[in-house]
Unconditional design. Structure first.
Length: 275
């Protein structure tokens, strides 16, 4: 028996160290993504309606943003996947899983860009801050708060908080399977977090402060032991922000009100989209 234990213990230790190394790698990638995002977004925050730039530029920034915001909270899922696949798909499988996850978020970013561009083309100055833009931002935050309490949010969040059931029921073999599973898990994450991302657009998608704020809410929901407390806390925070934006936007800390600087006639939607 002692001989068996002697053989198993080193193998177990190697496996544990490998998973810890994987988690450390994902956190390191997230740190690099935060640094890159801070560098590329410096001085770009113009509050709601901030220019998103050209599509290619925006998608590049968006994927890096998602890596920064999501990799820490998805790291336990990737580590669990690595444990379950037991190297059958090779050491690259967890990274391919992560790439599939970010691919889904990249597609979500393209849809968000398209919606933003369509609103700009169809509404134009009708959605300026001094017109309907003010109400739109507040309403977006309030709707996001309401989504937190819906059954769909609850189902999607359960997949993110307890990924074992998802992994077992959606298992695919090989590297193509890893990509497929990562993309599908990303889909559940988009279902869980799309309203929070809409809130980020409402508050200022190019603001590092609001990006960190939303990332904190996401981590809170996915990791806090008391699930109901996490969702109700997020709901309350978004609701308060929405009401404040509607009645006293200047009272919201670190919120950039469009046109509050030198250009008092500034519009949420008037800046040309180019980079």
């Amino acid at each position: 028996m002692s001989d068996v234990t002697t053989v198993i213990s080193p193998r177990l230790g190697v496996a544990v160290r490998a998973r810890l190394g994987l988690v450390a790698l994902l956190f390191a990638l997230a740190a690099v993504a935060w640094w890159s995002t801070a560098d590329r977004m410096a001085g770009m925050d113009e509050g709601p309606g901030t220019d998103l730039g050209a599509l290619g530029w925006f998608v590049g920034v968006w994927v890096v943003m998602m890596a920064a915001m999501m990799l820490p909270s998805v790291a336990p899922t990737v580590a669990l996947y690595d444990r379950l696949q037991r190297r059958r798909a090779g050491a690259a499988a967890p990274l391919v899983f992560t790439a599939g996850y970010l691919l889904t978020w990249g597609a979500a970013g393209v849809l968000a860009y398209a919606a933003f561009a369509a609103a700009r083309a169809l509404a134009g100055d009708a959605l300026s801050w001094r017109s309907a833009g003010h109400a739109l931002v507040g309403a977006t935050l309030i709707v996001a708060a309401g989504y937190e309490l819906t059954p769909l949010k609850d189902v999607c969040l359960s997949k993110c908080r307890s990924p074992l059931g998802f992994l077992m029921s959606s298992w695919r073999s090989g590297l193509s399977g890893a990509l497929n599973m990562g993309a599908r898990h990303g889909g559940w994450c988009v279902g869980c977090c799309w309203a929070l991302m809409a809130s980020l657009f409402a508050l200022g998608v190019m603001s590092l402060v609001w990006m960190a704020f939303v990332a904190g809410l996401i981590a809170l929901e996915k990791t806090l032991r008391w699930r109901r407390m996490a969702t109700w806390t997020t709901t309350g925070v978004l609701l308060v922000l929405g009401v404040l934006v509607l009645v006293a936007p200047d009272a919201v800390p670190l919120f950039t009100v469009p046109g509050s600087g030198a250009d008092m006639g500034g519009s949420m939607w008037s800046a040309p989209m180019m980079r």
